[in-house]
Design a protein around this ligand. Structure first.
Ligand code: OFO
Length: 163
């Protein structure tokens, strides 16, 4: 049976992953209507990946005898004024998610739930990649400068890690 404190924090993570999915979907849609098809493609794929993270947690909670709760998701922003600023927001958001995964690890340790502790390691590793991806994109944007978005938009899909 899943420990109650662990169940609670995992359900909170369900909300965070679902929000991540909505946030990247909103960014993708903004990029699409602004003629940035490559960036939109990257963000649509990222949004799908976040939904997959959410599902992974829902299924784990249920499999372990807990009860997953699908929450309401707050609405993400609609307007993203500049590409670089938007990716700074992506990195900040991923750092926030990493901290929250670490919090789950801490609760698992405190509750001696070594099964969930073992399972959550997938997310620990995933967050290294998520932060590295966002940082790599920001590095490229810094190299290119704001005037070369055409090149960046063409090349960004090659920066997607093979999932
Ligand atoms: Fe972006 O890794 Fe899940 O949230």
């Amino acid at each position: 049976m899943l420990n109650k404190k662990v169940e609670k924090i995992l359900n909170e993570q369900v909300e965070k992953e679902g929000y991540s999915s909505s946030l990247y979907l909103a960014m993708a849609s903004w990029a699409e209507v602004n003629g940035l098809a490559g960036i939109a493609g990257w963000l649509y794929a990222q949004s799908d990946e976040e939904r997959m993270h959410m599902l992974k947690i829902i299924k784990f909670i249920n499999e372990r005898g807990g009860k997953a709760v699908v929450p309401a998701f707050k609405q993400p922003g609609k307007e993203f004024t500049a590409v670089r600023k938007m990716f700074e927001e992506v990195l900040k958001h991923e750092q926030y998610i990493s901290a929250s995964i670490n919090e789950i690890v801490a609760v698992c340790m405190a509750e001696k739930d070594y099964t969930t502790h073992n399972w959550i390691q997938w997310f620990v590793t995933e967050q290294i990649e998520e932060e590295a991806n966002a940082t790599a994109i920001l590095d490229k944007l810094n190299l290119l400068g704001d005037k070369n978005l055409y090149v960046f938009d063409r090349d960004i899909l090659s920066l997607r890690a093979k999932d």
